[in-house]
Design a binder for this molecule. Sequence first.
Ligand SMILES: Cc1ncc(COP(=O)(O)O)c(C=O)c1O
Length: 381
Amino acid sequence: MATQHPATRPANPRFSSGPCAKPPTFDVAKLAGAALGRSHRAAVGKDKLKAAIEGTREVLGIPADYRIGIVPASDTGAVEMALWSLLGQRKVEMLAWESFGSGWVTDVVKQLKIDAEVKTADYGQIVDLASVDCNNDVVFTWNGTTAGVRVPNADWIADARDGLTICDATSAAFAMDLPWDKLDVTTFSWQKVLGGEAAHGVIVLSPRAVERLESYTPAWPLPKIFRMTKGGKLIEGIFTGATINTPSMLAVEDYLFALNWARSVGGLEGLIARADANAKAVFDFCAANDWIANLAEDDATRSNTSVCLKFTDDRIQDGAAFAKAVAKRLEAENIALDIGAYRDAPAGLRIWCGGTVETADIEAMLPWLTWAFEAEIAAQG
Ligand SMILES: Cc1ncc(COP(=O)(O)O)c(C=O)c1O
């Protein structure tokens, strides 16, 4: 029994699924150029917000005719403003296979009171994407962060569609290829894959989404922080850096730093390769050990960011307590922080594999996982 500590320790034990590890080159001193104590509406502030928007477009390869806005309240704010501003014009299909997708279902069905068609799958599985009719508005999560299950592709989204696709891509953007022609509304937060700060969300609108905004007024009232139109026209300023309300210029500077780091590792392609290499290290570990497995049942749906794991050893007496104890041991050793499964998800672990995490740190951490597992089996008595 390997009760000895493994020889190597990860240089950075941060494997949280959000806020995620900062880029490896991060140093708070590098944010010294932030426009602090200045108005975000002054040229210096507006230029930085514009650079954040155009840097997002460049790194993610977003088409020139798509609008990109920095909005309040992180990814949640961006998703909510889309749901409240756009839905109600036609039939809605809601797809959910984990906690965040289920949260959007609750909002649409219970708060907006839309009689949506709801398609759900258990943790580890995905809904029947072939059954989705894209002449309806469709709301889905690209990567289900709490299940580690992602859509395998966008082939199920018709090119010619009457409905809008509204995609929560917060744990996918900057780690997975997002086919912009298939996505009408895409949202994410800075605190995820690039290891930025929370508080601000990004909303990306296709020309068809803008057309809907300008031609349809929902039956319910919209608070100021959700409003993207005025007098039936898009408020273009939101998409050029004139934010709805005051942003944190420190968070903006931090995001600009993260975008520059992304460029330095080869842009989107480099970020995807880094996440893939990290996730592969974990997948290989699961393949080599029969006591642990990926929660995602179909390999084609395995996330390369929020990799969720379950323990499969039949000696385990209390699955939830066991998983918590393993995570606690790793945290106590400062080997892996914040890797317990999400509170609503099945018992297990979740290891963030996005590009800001170094593969060497994943590789150094995994033998410790074996150590913690064996120690906990022994501790059960
Ligand atoms: C898929 C998904 N949607 C929404 C959120 C909420 O994000 P935020 O706290 O940035 O609003 C998260 C956070 O983990 C997420 O993973």
